[in-house]
Design a protein around this ligand. Structure first.
Ligand code: CP3
Length: 346
């Protein structure tokens, strides 16, 4: 294997390169005209997610345009609730709508963990397809949502800013809530195991709403379930690194950096770089954290903002990424400028 082979995977294994590997959250998506074209062809967003030919195509699209080091499987964190039997649709201009879970009975009525695969089979088929088509220097990232973030959608029945329903449920019915978390956790372990068997190199757990939890619950409902998942994945597949992204939790990121089952902590754009270097990167590989708005604004600010992050994290393990997903109004020439800035840095 040549030294530059799978730079992203090797960074997670402790190798150091002159410039960091880079990939972008939501690198496949609506800012790409070729994505919008396939999306139209597919019909609904879920039809796209469950069509292995089309998900293979959209996973590969950003790799054809840009000099990226990673490919992320095209799927969604809400496929797990759907596979557990919860009705799901994505409404144009609104987002995901699910039949909300209201009580213990609704949770008891979810499908058994072993029964998720019939729904998720097209995802595993897509992984096999993508693996066979990827250049050998590209690291293939599989993913799932964290149990907490997935639970917020299952209880709210839609996206929410404050997650009041979920938190009230958690506080009023702790045992029932814990049962739901364990259910998602177990389903996620089986789902990710199948992704790994089909060919992904790395796993990422998205905890997009970790910041909604009261700080005293972050360990119990964000960190712990992700740790259980990572531990079991490591037991089954000792060489697969796990990246965690508990978004928006400020100083609590430090707790995640200390967990031996995690290989990388992804941080959002609100995190101070000096603090992160001292408190996170000292312990673990760090991923992040340019604000997605720079890919709309572009110019000198984009170049300087990018170099600032690259330089700050240059002394040890760093994967360059955004602090959150690319937005639909990101400009393609700004993504090109971002990559040129990193790759041509000396
Ligand atoms: O390129 C990639 O990053 C891979 C694919 C991917 C998608 N969703 C595709 C998608 C990934 C990794 C996700 C993760 C995801 N999904 C998260 C965690 C990351 C984050 O952004 O915080 C969350 C919270 C979801 C749930 C979800 N999916 C919502 C709330 C929405 C609607 C909001 C929106 O952006 O439209 C989606 C839809 C979705 N998932 C789209 C894409 C490309 C856009 C839908 C479309 O094309 O019509």
């Amino acid at each position: 294997m040549n030294y530059n082979n799978k730079k992203l995977l090797k960074t997670l294994q402790g190798h150091k390169f002159n410039t960091p590997p880079v990939w972008l959250m939501r690198q496949a998506g609506r800012y790409l005209p070729e994505y919008r074209e396939v999306r139209k062809q597919a019909g609904s967003f879920l039809d796209l997610c469950y069509n292995p030919t089309l998900t293979t195509e959209v996973t590969l699209q950003p790799l054809r345009r840009f000099n990226l080091d990673g490919a992320i499987l095209f799927a969604d964190i809400l496929l797990i609730p759907n596979a557990l039997g919860q009705h799901l649709e994505f409404k144009e201009g609104i987002g995901p709508i699910l039949e909300p879970l209201k009580n213990n009975e609704d949770i008891e009525n979810l499908r058994n963990t072993e029964d998720i695969h019939s729904t998720l089979e097209p995802v595993y088929e897509a992984v096999t397809n993508i693996r066979s088509k990827l250049e050998t220097n590209i690291t293939f990232i599989g993913f799932a949502g964290s149990p907490w973030t997935v639970a917020t959608y299952m209880i709210e029945g839609k996206g929410s800013k404050d997650h009041i329903k979920t938190k009230t449920f958690m506080l009023n019915y702790p045992q029932v809530f814990k049962k739901l978390i364990v259910k998602i956790q177990d389903a996620t372990i089986e789902y990710l195991s199948k992704q790994i068997e089909a060919g992904v190199d790395v796993i990422k757990l998205f905890d997009s709403w970790a910041n909604s939890l009261p700080a005293i619950y972050i360990e119990k409902y964000s960190l712990e379930p992700m740790k259980v998942i990572a531990k079991e994945i490591k037991k089954r597949f000792p060489n697969i690194p796990v990246i965690v992204f508990p978004r928006g939790i400020g100083p609590m990121y430090k707790k995640f950096a200390m967990v031996k089952e995690f290989d990388c902590v992804a941080v959002d754009s609100s995190i101070d770089l000096d603090w992160a270097k001292k408190n996170i990167q000292k312990e673990i590989v760090i991923q992040g954290n340019l604000d997605p708005a720079y890919l709309i604004s572009g110019g000198k600010e984009l170049v300087e903002g990018t170099l600032n992050i690259v330089n700050k994290f240059s002394s040890s393990g760093h994967i360059f990424n955004l602090g959150h997903g690319i937005t639909p109004d990101a400009k393609i020439h700004n993504v090109e400028l971002l990559l040129k800035t990193i790759k041509e840095k000396n």
